[in-house]
Ligand binder design. Structure first.
Ligand code: ADP
Length: 462
């Protein structure tokens, strides 16, 4: 009989966590991206625009002044250090600020300025102590009859933390818009039954917003004038959120401007976007593709984990290394390797799934600042985090799925680079003999050569 009440007795139970393969959770990697973001992500592609009415003129702006924003808002934008609109902002802002307001679906990778764009749009709408400069007479009358505080914006975000991040941008950008306030409709933010929500911008998760609308009657969705659905791709990956978002959207008035943003655009996101945003303009900015072309890839055949470690040390001692990232498949392997390397006097840090997103962000920040030369990690860091000074990536374990098949995408994300940052990189795969067929599959899949390396002979590399 197994004793399940006393932990530690049953080793296998105790180890399940450790053997866990860290899966990339969309919401936390999106948050992580935001926390470590230092600047705008550029793309060499052109912005693609699909207008709802192709015959109407297409405006783009090269400066924020052209948008004729309120002075406080312009001041806030400049105080954030923005000099000119980002690539998608050039096209998106005139559409979002047009009169009458237009609906928009926008897709571009994270870091390209989507949040800043819709925050700007919300702030320009709520802060109506003066009429909009571009209003025609009829619009003007309609708008003036709305008091400043009655213009409400609703922004849906997939998680509490992401909602708070967006709120921070509102606070920063709206720093000089004194009357504008944000309310968070997120779990754990209870407000008394009788209090009227006077804040003009509501940011929340779909479940709580519905609750506040249907059950608690705190928000009047028919009064919302700008509706933003942020991170649509993350949203639809969360159980129940698409349906809840659609229920919220159905309660909005036909006068409400509807905006949807997504970092990726699989078919599922398109379908969802099409259901939730009527008559949209569409803006897309393709992302820089990852390539293995400027990466030299090697593999070392090993007998065991110890053997892999030895090979790693040889490589490490044999070539001049800037910074390296080492990927392990399980938390247990990552931990083991960290301890081994530390005992051998290396400065390493460990990034794995049991850490909070804040902790992960601070580890990545330290690594970026060069405080450690080696970062050991599980799959939590495979995507999105580009540390340009990294010259070496090591797959201590190959990325495989539960069926023991190679995960090609993960391999690409671990070692690939965008062609534009053309710096050469090196990738090493530590391969146990029985894993060799997997590596060959990867090689075939990408049609790129992975050379065998004798770890005692580093001359082959440099
Ligand atoms: P996304 O929502 O697409 O992930 P963000 O709006 O968060 O992108 O912008 C990414 C980063 O770039 C943020 O640090 C933001 O402050 C900054 N940023 C956004 N727009 C501009 C701009 N026009 N000029 C300079 N920096 C900008």
């Amino acid at each position: 009989v197994k004793n399940t009440t006393i932990p530690n007795l049953d080793d296998s139970m105790n180890n399940t966590e450790e053997d866990e393969v860290d899966v990339v959770d969309l919401a936390s990697s999106s948050l992580l991206n935001k926390l470590i973001r230092q600047s705008l992500v550029e793309s060499s592609h052109r912005v693609e625009v699909l207008q709802k009415d192709p015959s109407s003129p297409l405006y783009s702006v090269k400066t924020f002044e052209e948008l004729r924003l309120k002075e406080e808002l312009l001041k806030g934008i400049y105080a954030m250090g923005f000099n000119r609109p980002s690539k998608i902002q050039e096209m998106a802002l005139p559409m979002m600020l047009a009169h009458p307001p237009q609906n928009l679906i926008a897709q571009s990778q994270s870091g390209t300025g989507k949040t800043a764009a819709f925050v700007l749009a919300m702030l320009s709408r709520v802060d109506t102590s003066e009429p909009f400069p571009q209003l025609n007479v009829l619009d003007e009358v309609a708008h003036l009859s709305e008091s400043v505080s009655s213009v409400k914006c609703l922004c849906l975000a997939p998680t509490y933390e992401l909602a708070l991040q967006t709120g921070r941008v509102v606070e920063q950008m709206g720093k000089f818009c004194v009357d504008v306030q944000v309310m968070y409709a997120i779990r754990g933010n209870p407000i008394p039954r009788s209090v009227d929500i006077t804040q003009q911008i509501i940011i929340g998760t779909p479940g709580t917003v519905l609750d506040w609308y249907f059950k608690r009657k705190l928000i009047d969705l028919s009064k919302i004038r700008v509706f933003v659905l942020d991170e649509a791709d993350v949203m639809i990956a969360t159980q129940g959120f698409s349906d809840q978002s659609i229920r919220i959207q159905r309660a909005l008035s036909s006068e409400c401007q509807m905006l949807l943003f997504s970092a990726t655009f699989e078919d599922s996101v398109w379908q969802f976007a099409g259901r939730i945003i009527p008559d949209p303009n569409v803006i897309k900015l393709r992302k820089e593709e990852l390539t293995l072309n400027n990466i030299r890839q090697y593999y070392v055949l090993c007998e065991s984990r110890k053997d892999k470690y030895q090979a790693l040390c040889n490589i490490y001692g044999g070539i001049t290394i800037g910074q390296a990232i080492i990927f392990c498949q399980t938390r247990r392997n990552a931990k083991w390797l960290t301890v081994e390397m530390m005992q051998d006097g290396h400065q390493v840090s460990l990034l794995s799934g049991e850490l909070t997103v804040d902790q992960r962000a601070s580890i990545i920040q330290r690594f970026r600042d060069g405080k450690e030369k080696v970062l050991i990690t599980t799959n939590v860091c495979a995507r999105g985090i580009d540390v340009k000074q990294v010259t070496i990536v090591v797959n201590f374990d190959l990325p495989v799925n539960q069926l023991e098949e190679p995960e090609y995408e993960t391999y690409l994300h671990r070692i690939g680079r965008t062609g534009r940052f053309g710096k050469k990189g090196l990738a090493f795969n530590m391969i146990e003999v029985d894993k060799l067929p997997l590596l060959m599959k990867i090689q075939d899949h990408f049609n790129s050569s992975i050379k065998q390396l004798n770890p005692e002979d580093m001359d082959e590399i440099e």
